[in-house]
Structures are given as C-alpha cells and as structure tokens.
Ligand binder design. Sequence first.
Ligand SMILES: [Zn+2]
Ligand SMILES: [Zn+2]
Length: 292
Amino acid sequence: MPTKKTNDQHLLGVHCSISGGIYNAPIEGAKLGCRAIQLFTGSNQRWASKDISDDDAARFKDEMKAGGIEVAFSHTTYLINLAAPDKEILKKSIDTMAGELGRCSLLDIPFAVLHPGSPKEKGADWGIKRIADSINAIFDKTHMLKSKIALETTAGQGSSIGSRFEELARIRELVDDKSRIGFCLDTCHIFSAGYELRGENGYKKTWKEFRDFIGMEDLLAIHLNDSKFNIGLHKDRHANIGEGEIGDAGFANIMNDPKLVKIPMVLETPKGDNAAKQDSKNLRKLLSLVTV
Ligand SMILES: [Zn+2]
Ligand SMILES: [Zn+2]
C-alpha cells in the first residue's frame, strides 16, 4: 500500500532494490511515497560491479523526476575495508570505492555511504590513519568527480572504527579534501554504541556531542533503524520502528526535531516476506509519531 506523502516536511524514504535494473529503485521508492531513497549502485556482496549503461543512467534520472524523489544516495558494498591491514584487500577497497564514486557521478548521486573500516588487531589509531590515507588516495583517483563519501557511524562491533563521533572527526581531520567528506548517522548503530536517543536529556546530550565533534553541516543522511538489542551492547541488529529498544520514544524525538527535517532519512529495517508492505508500515509508523 503506498504511503501518502502526508508529511511534506521530512525527506523520508527507504533503501530500495535495484533488482532488474538500477532505475527500479526510484520506481519502488515512488510507489512507497518516498522523497529520499538509498540504493546499491552495484553488488553489495561482491567486489566487481557491472558498468551502468548511459541508457540505464538516463532512465534512472527520468524515474527520479517522474517519481518526485528529491534525493537518492548509495550504500557501498560491504566488502570495502579502508582500514584493512592486508595490502591486497586495501587496494581492492580503494579501487572499488573509486568505482562506486564513478557510478554515483554518472547517476547524479551526491554521496555514497561507507562503513569506515576495521583495522583488526592493529588498533584504532592505526586504523583511523589508514582510513584517511585511503580516502585521500580515492579522492586523488576521482579528483574530477563531485560525489562525496558519507562515513557511517558504526555500532563498534569487532574492531570497526566509527562508533564514537570523535573517531569520525579524526578521520575528517586527516582528509585533504574536506569538501568531499560527510557523515551518515545510523540510529541503531549509535544507540548500540552507547548514544541515548530516548528521553529529552539523553537525546539532547547525543546531539550536543554530534555537533561538538562533527557539526550539522556535514550530516548528509540518517538511517532510521530500531535496535533489537539494548543501548551500549555494540550489536548491529536492526528492528522495525517501535519494535526495538529505541522504540516510539526515540523515534518521536527524531521525527519532531526541527534540525533534522531537511536531512534525508531512510529506513533499513527488516523487509520480511513482503518488502513493500513492511516498508510502508514502518514509514506510516514514523509519520504517526510526528506531532509538530
Ligand atoms: Zn551501512
Ligand atoms: Zn545503516
């Protein structure tokens, strides 16, 4: 069932499938009443991705317009690890990320969301430097392009970098071209990393820290996911909106926060057997929490 655009304030949407063609993502998003969508521009599980033909790129842009979708952004393949100690994996990661930015550029996609990386046993300081060096190499390779990298906050599972806002800020500090670096905040991940979203005081404290270390200007997108596990457990398990530990209290804070109204926000919640039905339910749930 399509979600009516009952709330024209929020740039709200879902992660859409590209199955059958890249242009199917905006078609799916439009059916759900999305104003923002996220998609993979290639494989999410493999290194190699097919080139996008000019015809497909043109059709993607047409469908964006026809469907009234204002923002589309990409999520990179999960294989990329810009903190990889292994040189071969690092090289593949840099090349794959450069390819991703090339596809984004072809599709007029302003940024690609990326998990910063995991340095394994090398430690966070080493990892932060490795990630920044890798991003510098990627930006050198793609200096003619405008598409940005949006580093995503992580839950801090394993050795993953990015569960503290200060870690993300340190990466930016070491990146030469700061105009092409931004951030994507995932509600499940930050909550799992220990940032409170429920209640007034905890919510305010989280955003104060975000502003102090990162700043609102560089917040390019938000992933709206409830969390199966409670705060601070460093577990990345998404739940449907209102059915996890963040719950209505946390998402009501977000949906009624004036500073987030113009930030693209997409769901990455479980799709179940019927993705359209489940996405629509989660979107309606979010809109039902809007009181202002
Ligand atoms: Zn992600
Ligand atoms: Zn996410």
